[in-house]
Design a binder for this molecule. Structure first.
Ligand code: SF4
Length: 333
């Protein structure tokens, strides 16, 4: 076992910051090496301790499949990937409310409403306001959508959103048509508006440029989102991206674990372990998900069971709300 890795783990245990060089050292090990497996194990332990063994089931509803000017080359909704014959859609309000009710009843801790950058902001706002009215007060309502001005972020919060997902993605500005500075500005607007931030390192591909990956990991520590993590690149069939291969699941897990070690207890949720997702509605990665209510209910129950099998206790909706949004540890923890 590498001695420097053992020393870095010891540092993380005692709550010390990791330097960029130390993060780079951890990244240099192959994902299945004993060193990386130890990093993952230690990160899970830290995440478990930070949430007192609680895990969170999150649900995401894809709202539309419009032709998106964001033009992320890996996304099937990007205008550049479009054949014009593709059918575009916007979910109707009744369908959205049915999904939102279902996830709330099935105990989701957080419901994310995901849109393309082409969905008119007023429409997104109306979806947020309507969903808020049908879900439990303690369910965290998150928006995963376009770049936002400060005024728009405030409007979303006033309509009932609690949180927003945003990230400067790997490849931003060259694999996408989005300006990295505008992404950063949006993150600042989200936080200034009083919305909790979810962020992450994505989409991870094999041999992603080291400097960019280090910047992305360090950005997570600097931003101090409530939730973080790492996700591999997924390339939908119609995408115009060549030469990039998705990182393996274990490489994404290793990067998530390194974020957790570097963040210590400064980021409450995620990194590696303790969060699982169930998805409904439109999907830019075209993974062939089902939107049938019965199968979604089954997915929710199986997801809870899988987390419990891994030794987690699934947090109640009021617990996750208090902990994630208020930073208050419920008395039972
Ligand atoms: S990933 Fe999001 S922003 Fe990028 S093209 Fe797809 S929908 Fe648009």
């Amino acid at each position: 076992m590498d001695r420097i890795v053992l020393k870095i783990i010891e540092q993380a245990r005692s709550g010390e910051h990791l330097s960029r060089d130390e993060i780079a050292w951890l990244l240099s090990f192959p994902e299945e090496s004993p060193e990386s497996l130890l990093v993952v194990k230690e990160a899970k332990r830290l995440a478990w301790e930070r949430c007192r063994g609680r895990a969170f089931v999150h649900a995401q509803i894809g709202l539309d499949s419009l032709r998106c000017p964001g033009n992320c080359r890996y996304c099937s909704f990007a205008q550049v990937n479009d054949s014009n014959s593709r059918e575009c859609s916007v979910m109707d309000m009744d369908a959205l409310l049915a999904f939102a009710r279902l996830f709330s009843q099935e105990g989701a801790n957080l419901i994310s409403l995901m849109s393309t950058a082409a969905l008119p902001f007023e429409k997104l706002l109306s979806f947020v306001a309507a969903a808020r009215l049908v879900i439990d007060d303690h369910v965290i309502l998150l928006v995963n959508g376009p770049d936002l001005s400060l005024e728009q972020a405030i409007e979303l919060r006033e309509a009932g959103a609690d949180a927003a997902y945003h990230a400067v993605r790997l490849g931003e500005g060259y694999l996408t048509d989005l300006d990295p500075r505008r992404r950063v500005q949006t993150i600042e607007n989200i936080q200034a508006a009083g919305l909790a931030l979810m962020s992450g390192v994505e989409p991870l591909w094999r041999n992603a440029p080291e400097d960019e990956l280090l910047d992305a990991i360090e950005r997570q520590i600097g931003l101090r989102p409530v939730w973080t993590g790492c996700c591999s690149l997924t390339i939908a069939e119609n995408c115009s991206i060549h030469g990039l291969k998705p990182a393996s699941r274990s490489r994404a897990r290793q990067v998530g674990a390194i974020i957790r070690l570097a963040a210590g207890s400064r980021i409450p949720v995620g990194g590696v372990g303790g969060v699982a997702w169930v998805d409904a509605g439109t999907d830019p990665r075209m993974r062939g998900r089902s939107s049938h209510h019965e199968s979604l209910r089954r997915d929710m129950r199986e997801t809870r069971r899988d987390l419990e099998k891994d030794g987690w206790l699934v947090a109640g909706q009021d617990e996750s709300w208090a902990y994630c949004l208020r930073g208050v540890k419920p008395s039972a923890w």
